[in-house]
Write a protein that binds this ligand. Structure first.
Ligand code: SF4
Ligand code: SF4
Length: 373
């Protein structure tokens, strides 16, 4: 009999994340009532400096991250965006600029493309200019977005149009799809508003009826067929009418991390809404350590934290139990099963809430403003 081999223990830790979102600033000239930023927005003086963002790019590349998304707020308010884009390109990171498109002129856009920007995502509030400007709370914004799309084509950058949809713009969805084609977008994200941050605050003003949702789904499915080879569709349905939740962020702390303007590292952009989580800051710890061992990342990573019915559900490694922020927002318990799931004891209440709010007259928007919640 051979001697027993010593047990080899490997603690490789979690696989590296695919992508990081740099929320460079919460400043934004628009005031969208569905904005996913927190109600307590960071002011300019609290933002990380250029040297720190550059160091974090190095750390992201070391960690094995492949994509960096520059977002906000509005990332083009930062004068150092060029430095960050150039550094990401030097490191071989795929870079994406997520912008409202109203602050950037032709020269700056062409320069960013020369520096190595790989992709641009432009948000559109509606196809109707007047309603678009009303929703974004920024007069003349829609026209600026159309101009930017032309410069993106001129620069040869791939363009994705983000179209957040809700009860106050869904009737124009067909025109919004045509607009995305006319702008030369390769991809269109039709995303029913998610109810976190400002979206949660404005839920009653945004929630579509079930009939509106069904009509929107038909419009998207028909356009997907008609525009095959022209436009790729991403379609995000509203959780409140779903039977099963989405795998929010591809699962908590599995693929993605989010760095807030002041340097806090979050598993998702709304995670600060959950009390009891401790967020490390890139000013204090390297990104790799935060990814591996931060309390906020470990709290809902994997499946050990799950209650029933998730714990014994065969979907648990597909949707990872849905969204923790939504569970907290609806039930007051971030470790509860996401109420978007029909197996959750809270699902009926969620659907009833959506039905009731969507049939009431829409209240006025509470526009997103720093210090304005
Ligand atoms: S959702 Fe609107 S307000 Fe929020 S960051 Fe984007 S453009 Fe600005
Ligand atoms: S019970 Fe949990 S794991 Fe199963 S489908 Fe619902 S949310 Fe997903």
């Amino acid at each position: 009999m051979s001697e027993a081999m010593p047990e080899v223990r490997r603690d490789a830790g979690p696989a590296p994340p695919l992508a990081v979102l740099f929320e460079l600033s919460h400043r934004c000239p628009l005031q969208c009532p569905y904005c996913s930023n927190p109600l307590a927005l960071e002011r300019a003086q609290g933002e990380l400096d250029t040297a720190t963002w550059l160091r974090v790019l190095d750390e992201a590349e070391d960690l094995g991250i492949l994509q960096v998304h520059f977002s906000g707020g509005e990332p083009t308010v930062r004068k150092d965006l060029e430095d960050l884009v150039a550094h990401a390109a030097q490191l071989g990171l795929y870079s994406n600029l997520i912008t409202s498109g109203v602050l950037i002129d032709r020269d700056r856009l062409l320069h960013l493309a020369e520096l190595g920007l790989d992709h641009l995502q432009l948000s559109i509030q509606d196809s109707d200019p007047e309603n678009a400007d009303r929703i974004g709370g920024y007069r003349g914004g829609h026209a600026k977005k159309l101009a930017l799309a032309g410069w993106v084509r001129e620069a040869g950058l791939p363009l994705t149009v983000n179209a957040p949809v809700h009860r106050q713009n869904l009737e124009h969805l067909e025109d919004t799809i045509e607009l995305a084609v006319a702008l030369g977008a390769r991809r269109l994200e039709v995303a029913h508003v998610q109810y976190y941050g400002w979206g949660l605050k404005n839920r009653a003003a945004l929630m579509p009826t079930r009939a509106q949702l069904e009509r929107a789904t038909e419009v998207v499915e028909a356009a997907r067929k008609r525009l095959k080879g022209v436009l790729v569709f991403d379609y995000v349905v509203p959780d409140y009418y779903a039977r099963r939740p989405k795998a929010c962020m591809g699962g908590w702390a599995r693929q993605f991390l989010n760095i807030a303007p002041g340097g806090k590292v979050l598993p998702c952009h709304a995670a600060e809404s959950i009390p009891g989580l401790e967020f490390d800051n890139v000013k204090d710890r390297p990104l790799s350590e935060i990814w591996r061992s931060s309390q906020a990342f470990q709290r809902f990573r994997g499946t050990d934290w799950m209650p029933e019915p998730c714990r014994s559900c065969e979907q648990r490694e597909i949707d990872w139990g849905g969204c923790r922020c939504q569970a907290f927002a609806i039930t007051g318990n971030a470790a509860a099963t996401d109420p978007a799931c029909a197996l959750s004891p809270d699902h009926g209440a969620l659907v009833a809430l959506a039905e009731a709010e969507s049939h009431r007259e829409a209240p006025a928007f509470t526009y997103r403003r720093i210090g304005g919640s």
